[in-house]
Design a protein around this ligand. Structure first.
Ligand SMILES: [Zn+2]
Length: 529
């Protein structure tokens, strides 16, 4: 399906695309993964169940088809396992020896765009990068691919006909219309239509107060959920607090929070020559926003946190997607680009006046310094929100700003750690909190009897070093003075189907090599001849 006119909103940008838009290729039929089995027993693993419990092991975990049916402690660390305590394998059952390994619930990416043709990011590429990093569920926040495209992939993923995470399809508010919605009546009609088509929710970028109130009210009545990126174009009249009170269920990024905490101004301190269509202006000046808002632990700051917690509101900060703003070279030269970034995606990331999130017209010490300070204030808010009982989730928004699918997810976990989360709190944010925010916590998000068998298995301890979850692993020096790579997710299990995560990553590498060979592309750094 191609459309001739489409509003595309990503990270607060609004591009009016006049040319027809090519969609990425859909996923090919599944060749990867083994199972599900009548019975699968994962033996001798150390369990991090994500309910707040510390690691425990060794345990045997029994899965029947796609459900967890038993979790049995089978011994004490260091001692041989007591065979009498072990569940017995049935005929036709399968055993997976995971002694010395760690098992966690499948990860949930709360902000995952499924690629785009203009980036060379087809569904197989994106899905395999996610699955290779343990991501078994993704909330698709509306994309140029359109709702029908996403719903098709969702159904196929649910049937495990493709190698892909579970997909929750949210639609960009007003998608499919030629003009933005401007009446309450239109808003209600669009929301009902969206529900009828089978969407799981709505992604907002802001609108007039009347329209936001009507849309959120209608969506709540239909029992659907919602996410919002409060673009600067509307945040002067409608901030995050207003959305939360009107029924929004989750906040993306952070826009609209500082605006809810202004005490000595009503609008951001825009420079006189600011132009929203100039992304260097937009992202550069956003880097001074948190310090324009109420200070940490001040009266207004406390009140906003307490009010949002009371509303059971979800914050999905997507720290990683702004990280290039505080350290552009780090994001640009991340070691995984060489093997796993598609040439077209690399070009999309590179400085440009018109590809979204490539606003590196002149980005240097001053901008990075502003953003470093911005992060400190932002992180203190998110950490305290968690401490007071607020729900924080892990979302990436990868595919922009030098952030790569899957890898960005692990980086996001590291950034929550930097914000002050205990590693167990990070893992809960990545799993159970996401499941709760999606209304799926009866089925997903923790390793408990009765829940679906979505797991991440890694042969290193992620609580000691989250970097062992990166596909490229973590560096370790051996006794023989040799630097080696350890970790990388070993198995990703979805619906009781066991995927060799390293093999998925290898397939991605081959896809990238093939594209490079075709184009002779070598991912040059910007400006280097
Ligand atoms: Zn996004």
């Amino acid at each position: 399906m191609k459309s001739t006119l489409k509003y595309v909103f990503v990270l607060g940008s609004l591009f009016l695309q006049l040319q027809s838009h090519a969609q990425p290729k859909k996923a090919t039929p599944r060749k990867e993964g083994e199972g599900p089995w009548e019975q699968l027993i994962i033996r001798g693993v150390t369990l991090i169940n994500s309910t707040g419990a510390p690691p425990t092991g060794p345990v045997d975990i029994v899965v029947e088809k796609n459900r967890i049916t038993a979790i049995r402690p089978v011994g004490a660390p260091g001692l041989p396992v007591d065979p009498k305590r072990r569940p017995i394998l049935k005929d036709g059952g399968k055993e997976l020896n995971a002694g010395g390994m760690y098992l966690l619930p499948g990860f949930i990416d709360m902000h995952g765009h499924i690629g785009g043709a203009e980036k060379g990011a087809d569904a197989d590429y994106v899905f395999k990068l996610w699955m290779a990093h343990g991501v078994t569920t993704v909330r698709e926040p509306g994309s140029m691919n359109g709702l029908d495209w996403v719903l098709d992939q969702k159904v196929k993923s649910n049937r495990n006909e493709i190698t892909a995470p579970r997909i929750l399809a949210y639609t960009v508010f007003g998608q499919g219309l030629e003009n933005p919605i401007y009446t309450a009546g239109q808003a209600r009609a669009w929301v009902r239509e969206n529900a009828k088509k089978g969407a799981d929710g709505i992604k907002f970028f802001g609108a007039s107060p009347d329209v936001m109130l009507a849309a959120l009210d209608e969506n709540t009545k239909l029992n659907l959920r919602s996410m919002a990126h409060h673009a600067q174009t509307d945040v002067g009249r409608w901030n995050a607090m207003k959305s939360a009170k009107a029924g929004l269920t989750s906040l993306e990024h952070w826009y609209g929070l500082p605006e809810a905490m202004f005490t000595d101004r009503t609008v951001q301190n825009y420079s006189g020559d600011y132009n929203y269509q100039n992304e260097q202006d937009r992202f550069g000046q956003a880097g001074t926003l948190w310090k324009q808002a109420a200070a940490p632990f001040s009266e207004r700051w406390n009140k906003i946190i307490n009010d949002l917690v009371a509303l059971d509101f979800t914050l999905d900060p997507t720290f990683n997607i702004y990280e290039a703003n505080r350290d552009l070279m780090r994001a640009r030269t991340a070691e995984w680009h060489a093997d796993y970034t598609m040439p077209k995606l690399w070009d999309f990331y590179s400085p440009s006046w018109n590809s979204h999130g490539s606003y590196w017209h002149s980005w240097g010490t001053e901008q990075e310094n502003d953003w470093k300070e911005n992060y400190k204030l932002w992180m203190s808010f998110i950490n305290e929100y968690k401490n007071r009982g607020g729900r924080v989730t892990v979302g990436t928004d990868a595919g922009f700003i030098y952030e790569l699918y899957g890898f960005a997810y692990i980086r996001e976990m590291e950034l929550l750690r930097e914000a002050g989360f205990h590693p167990l709190e990070v893992i809960k944010a990545a799993t159970l909190n996401g499941a709760e925010a999606l209304g799926l916590d009866k089925e997903l998000g923790s390793v408990e009897v009765g829940k679906l068998a979505d797991f991440v298995i890694v042969d290193q301890n992620p609580l000691k070093n989250l970097q062992v979850l990166y596909g490229t692993g973590a560096i370790k020096l051996t006794d023989k003075n040799e630097a080696v790579r350890v970790g990388g997710v070993k198995y990703t299990i979805k619906d009781g189907i066991v995927y060799d995560a390293k093999k998925l990553l290898q397939e991605v590498k081959e896809m990238v090599e093939k594209e490079k060979a075709k184009s002779g592309h070598i991912l040059k750094q910007p400006g280097v001849k």
